[in-house]
Design a protein around this ligand. Sequence first.
Ligand code: F3S
Length: 390
Amino acid sequence: MHLTAKEESILNGEQGETKQQLMEILVGIGKVFGADEMVPVRSAQVSGASYKTIGEWGLKWLSSLDAHATVPAVLNPVGMDRIRWEEMGIDPGFAKKQLEVISAYECLGIRLECTCTPYYLNITEYGDHLAWSESSAVSYANSVIGARTNREGGPSALAAAIIGKTPKYGLHLVENRKPAIHIHVEDEPKGADASWYGALGYLAGKISGNRIPLFSGIRPGRDQLKNLGAAMAATGAVALYHVQGITSEARVFSYNTEGLESIVIEADEVESLFIGEQVDAIAIGCPHCSPDELMNLASLLDGCTVTKPVYIFAARDVIKRENEHVRKIERSGARVYADTCMVVSPALERYDRIMVNSGKALSYVPTMCGAGAVIGSTKACIQMACTPDI
Ligand code: F3S
């Protein structure tokens, strides 16, 4: 692997022990995956931020580091809203440790944003190289924006945030971004909301595994693409997909489907996932809500009082920007939390059955929260939330 003189000097410890340690991580990964060189990244998104996951050892390691991020970097969602954690019913002992982890990252120059939608915060453009960790964010960056990132682990994303570079292999290389399976969708319903594409992704991820799918027969918008990709990354290991005539790399690949395995998914198969059962809580915002989604929720909840707990999740910065819509949402009794989500927070473990509008949450809520999950459209979720209990 070729290293520049500056990279060599970091590796030799001339810029301090922390940078040397982090450079060793990057070079080690580069060698394993056969990278020829390092590539500068525009931003990083760092996982390994939840105290539940990294524990005391991880906190000690983070606190021992002495360096500062050189590119814009944010954290993955953590186990609680770092300001409204008491309201979420989080144990004070857990909260204390979680806040220590967040502040250790702050000392390393990571922005105090814990979100899986960094693309709403940092400018991310076609062709940018990134070092992002969270699978739905990786999928969105690669597929919707046309940026390039592998799915980084916590330490490698942190190393990239501080060094400003990542080894150039995998999805950083155009030749690895070609479709490997063709999925044709029959009878896409007109005006289907994001949850429908989440359910489609739930099925398509199982079929694709770790192959790059090329879709035809659908015309999703940005929020629908977000849900589609998130679900495929959950039920499969899809970090990049293409949609004919829609996603950014349609211009790069000719989309000749000859020679690709071809699968058809019928709209009926997608709709069979929507079973409309009773639930005891509603959770929306997997991935974190966009400004448009918050606006839509504010209008759906207008004049209604929720009769069941409703959790909505979004990035703190998006919540601030959409303050007016958030206030309208909260007037109904629903709550909009930042920094966390229905899957990583222990707050939702108290429910038996949760309604979601996301294919990824449909897949993860049962295993991560120990609750049953039901998928519905955003409108159906709000109707369920506002229906009096019998
Ligand atoms: Fe984001 Fe949590 Fe879903 S991290 S993609 S909201 S599982």
